[in-house]
Ligand binder design. Structure first.
Ligand code: GDP
Length: 287
C-alpha cells in the first residue's frame, strides 16, 4: 500500500520522524539500491542534521552489482557509512549492528569514561514506502514485528527491539515521502514498482521503461522479446513490436498498449531482465 502524500500527511510524517530522532543515536536510512537518489526523501539531510547516519542500499539482489559498488563509493566519498543489503534473504544484515556501533563509538566511549557499562546503541529505520523497512526490522529482530501500516498518522506506544550486537531498534520505522517534484524521478519510482500504478499513466511508465532498457540494457531487451534489431526509431514502435510478438492484440488486430505495458512492467519488476539499476552516480555529477 502506498500513501497518498498530501501536504498534511507530509507535515505529520516530518513531525513524527523529528520526535523519534530525539530518542535515537543512529539513523538507518534505507534506500532502493536500484535508484538510491530517487528513493531518497528530499528533506533527509535537513531532518537528520548531524546525527550519525548509516545508508543502506536495500534490494541489492535486484540491482546491477557493479553500479551498486559505484553507489557505495559515492556515499563513502560523502563520508557516509554505506552498505548493500537484501532484507528479503538477509544478505548483508549481520554487518548492520557493528556499523552502528562504529558510528556511535563516541557515545560508547563517553559512557565508558564515566565508568558506565555501555547500553545498546539505539537506531531508527527511515525510508519511503515499499523500500523494505518492515522486512529489515523483521530480519534484524529475527521475528515478525507487526506492521503499523503505511499511514503516517497511525501511532502506538514505542517499543525497542533488541537485535543483538549491541543494537536496539525502534519498532516502528520513520515513513517519509519520495521526491515528487522531478518527473524523471517519478518515472523511475513507478517503473521499479516503488509507487503505485495509479499515480502515473501506466503506458507512459512502460514507454519510459522501454526507453531506459534500450539505452542501458539493449541486449537484454532484445533477448527477452526476441527483437532482431532495436534500431533508432521511436520507442513506441518498439513497444508495438513487443506487443505484437507477445500477442497483446485487440479484436481488430491492433496492439493493445495497456496489456503490453503490463507485460513489460511486470517483467521489469520481477527481474526478468536480470538485475537492473535505474541510475548511476555519474548521472548526477553535473548537478
Ligand atoms: P516498507 O513499506 O518499507 O516497510 O517495505 P516492506 O518491508 O513491506 O517491503 C516492500 C516489498 O519489498 C515487499 O514485497 C518485500 O518483500 C520486498 N522487499 C523488501 N526487501 C527486499 C529485498 O532486499 N529484495 C527484494 N527482492 N525484495 C525486497
Amino acid at each position: 500500500m502506498t500513501i497518498q502524500w498530501f501536504p498534511g500527511h507530509m507535515a505529520k510524517a516530518k513531525r513524527q520522524v523529528t520526535e523519534k530522532l530525539k530518542l535515537i543515536d543512529v539513523v538507518i536510512e534505507l534506500l532502493d539500491a536500484r535508484l538510491p537518489y530517487s528513493s531518497q526523501n528530499p528533506m533527509m539531510d535537513e531532518l537528520v542534521k548531524d546525527k550519525p547516519r548509516l545508508v543502506l542500499l536495500n534490494k541489492e539482489d535486484l540491482a546491477d552489482q557493479s553500479i551498486t559498488k559505484e553507489w557505495l563509493r559515492f556515499f563513502e566519498q560523502k563520508e557516509f557509512k554505506a552498505l548493500a543489503v537484501d532484507a528479503q534473504s538477509g544478505k548483508g544484515i549481520s554487518a548492520i549492528p557493528p556499523a552502528c556501533q562504529e558510528l556511535a563509538s563516541h557515545i560508547i566511549r563517553k559512557m565508558k569514561d564515566k565508568g558506565m557499562k555501555p547500553r545498546p546503541i539505539r537506531a531508527l529505520i527511515v525510508g519511503i514506502p515499499n523500500v523494505g523497512k518492515s522486512s529489515l526490522i523483521n530480519r534484524l529482530a529475527k521475528r515478525h514485528v507487526a506492521k503499523t501500516g503505511d499511514r503516517p498518522g497511525v501511532t502506538k506506544a514505542q517499543q525497542w527491539i533488541k537485535t543483538g550486537g549491541g543494537l536496539e531498534l525502534l519498532d516502528t520505522p520513520g515513513i517519509l515521502w519520495p521526491k515528487f517534484d522531478d518527473q524523471l524521478v517519478g518515472f523511475k519510482l513507478a517503473a521499479s514498482g516503488a509507487i503505485r500504478d495509479e499515480i502515473l499513466p501506466k503506458d507512459e511508465v512502460a514507454l519510459f521503461a522501454v526507453d531506459f532498457l534500450r539505452r542501458a540494457y539493449p541486449q537484454r531487451l532484445e533477448e527477452r522479446y526476441a527483437l532482431t534489431e532495436l534500431g533508432d526509431g521511436e520507442t513506441v514502435q518498439l513497444m508495438e513490436e513487443i506487443g505484437r510478438k507477445r500477442g497483446c492484440l485487440k479484436g481488430g488486430g491492433s496492439v493493445d498498449f495497456e496489456r503490453t505495458s503490463d507485460l513489460i512492467l511486470n517483467d521489469l519488476r520481477s527481474g526478468k531482465f536480470g538485475p537492473v539499476s535505474f541510475e548511476t552516480p555519474q548521472d548526477f555529477e553535473t548537478e
